[in-house]
Design a protein around this ligand. Sequence first.
Ligand SMILES: Nc1ncnc2c1ncn2[C@@H]1O[C@H](COP(=O)(O)OP(=O)(O)O)[C@@H](O)[C@H]1O
Ligand SMILES: Nc1nc2c(ncn2[C@H]2C[C@H](O)[C@@H](COP(=O)(O)O)O2)c(=O)[nH]1
Length: 207
Amino acid sequence: MKHAPFIAVEGPIGAGKTTLASMLSTELHIPIIKEIVEENPFLDKFYQNIDEWSFQLEMFFLCNRYKQLEDTGLQYLEKAQPVISDYHIYKNLIFAERTLKGIKRDKYRQIYHLLTDDMPKPDIIIYIRADLDTLLGRIRKRARSFEQEMDPAYLEQLITDYDKGIQFLAEQSPSPRILTIDGNEIDFVENQAQFEQIVSDVKELIQ
Ligand SMILES: Nc1ncnc2c1ncn2[C@@H]1O[C@H](COP(=O)(O)OP(=O)(O)O)[C@@H](O)[C@H]1O
Ligand SMILES: Nc1nc2c(ncn2[C@H]2C[C@H](O)[C@@H](COP(=O)(O)O)O2)c(=O)[nH]1
């Protein structure tokens, strides 16, 4: 790979994105960009009433990620410095296609493309797949109050949406390199050898 890599860790809610991105950042000495969660004023309301709050929430995520992506370009990529983030900007569309309807979805799509089409995109995606039980267990473990009443059907739908979304990204040109991790079987937190294998796979992708 000639230019500095832009690595994104992706996967549905609770898959372990932030955990793995932080571990890789430390191990590979690559700065990390993390998404803003706790400061989000709409998440709590969203989980109580998705239809009522989805547009505000999706726009908040989109604007924040747009700003982070702009900064990532200026601070790292244009200076040929590698960077790792715990999300891919396409995540916005994966969620919004599920949570928005009708005219709001149409408007959101237009704004999404207007803001992001010419922005830098990750060239390496680490995709953590995990089934519903694993994700629910991790969400419980993380214990964010607003996520505890999440409808399992919503999460289950997102698992499928993510598979389709990552497949879509794989078909883009130029296509990102994708490392898929089985989050049910591979425990990069407790199992050092499994983490080292991921590090080795990522180093190979970076070469
Ligand atoms: N491989 C793993 N094994 C055990 N616990 C994990 C693993 N990955 C993440 N966790 C835990 O699961 C929770 C969710 O992880 P997190 O990285 O916040 O997920 P995400 O960023 O994908 O939503 C956290 O409490 C984290 O410590
Ligand atoms: N509706 C949306 N929800 C989102 C989006 N990005 C994140 N989230 C939610 C999911 C979790 O409750 C929380 C943190 O996300 P993690 O995937 O890091 O666990 O925020 C989004 O774009 N739309």
